[in-house]
Write a new protein. Structure first.
Length: 233
């Protein structure tokens, strides 16, 4: 019987990104090629200025490459309109940020509801699902709290619940433990590990090797190039 390879979630081919600074061109990414398959857990590492944020912005469809190919589930993003790119982000991606990026005026449940609002879910169904998600990250007893009434770790758990609301095909985490003390950071990394074990596809940017070791694979960038792409042990 023919083998069915795990489906490819993303593919990069000779991808570059340059920025114009007056007369000068800054080459932030200088030709990246790799694929990521469903269920993989990838950590991206590299020194300051190596291109991590530039790459994550392109992978998250917040920015477009200058040349080369970036394809999500087989579709070259260069073929998509702005509206189609927003739809791709809304329907397929979940984002977790270093600074949580919660809306301070909204409660825990309301923050988790935001992506469902943009997906057009009706109010009752939205809040029901948001409550379940809050419970799944251990915040069932904090549903009405606002972000400033929560600890950093609790805020990041709200952000994780929000990132899961649309059942994303791909989760991006940008320095998810960067603003947390080490024991709270471990708790958040444990949650990402559980998501990976449950079959989710994850891409995390981190400058901490001990955090990166939780992923299945580490890609290291230097000066806009992949200098290492290795499985973790
Ligand atoms: N909008 C921009 N305009 C001009 N140059 C940029 C822009 N964004 C990034 N760069 C340049 O591209 C290179 C890569 O930057 P990037 O922010 O991707 O690095 P990074 O790996 O995320 O660094 P850090 O660890 O400090 O966050 C740097 O030389 C940076 O100065
Ligand atoms: Mg950065």
């Amino acid at each position: 019987m023919a083998e069915h390879p795990t489906p490819e979630v993303i593919r990069l081919e000779a991808l570059t990104k340059s920025f114009l600074m007056g007369e000068d061109e800054v080459q932030a990414l200088r030709g990246l090629s790799f694929t990521l398959r469903r269920g993989e857990y990838l950590a991206i590492m590299g020194q300051s200025g190596s291109g991590k944020s530039t790459l994550l912005n392109i992978l998250g469809c917040l920015d477009l490459p200058t040349s080369g190919v970036y394809a999500v589930e087989g579709t070259d993003v260069a073929q998509l309109s702005d509206e189609q790119l927003s739809a791709l982000r809304r329907e397929k991606f979940g984002f977790i940020f270093q600074s949580f990026n919660l809306i301070s005026q909204l409660s825990v449940v309301e923050n988790i509801e935001v992506p469902l609002f943009y997906l057009g879910w009706e109010g009752r169904r939205r809040s029901q699902r948001a409550r379940e998600l809050a419970e799944s990250v251990g915040l069932g007893h904090r549903l009405g709290h606002r972000p400033f009434q929560l600890s950093g770790g609790q805020q990041q758990r709200v952000a994780i619940a929000r990132a899961l609301a649309n059942e994303p095909h791909l989760i991006f985490a940008d320095e998810p433990t960067g603003n947390l003390d080490s024991s709270t950071g471990k708790e958040i990394i444990g949650m990402l590990d559980s998501l990976s074990k449950a079959g989710r596809t994850l891409i995390m940017v981190t400058h901490e090797r001990t955090v990166a070791e939780h992923a299945h694979r580490i890609i290291e960038l230097a000066d806009g190039l992949v200098v290492k792409d290795e499985p973790t042990t």
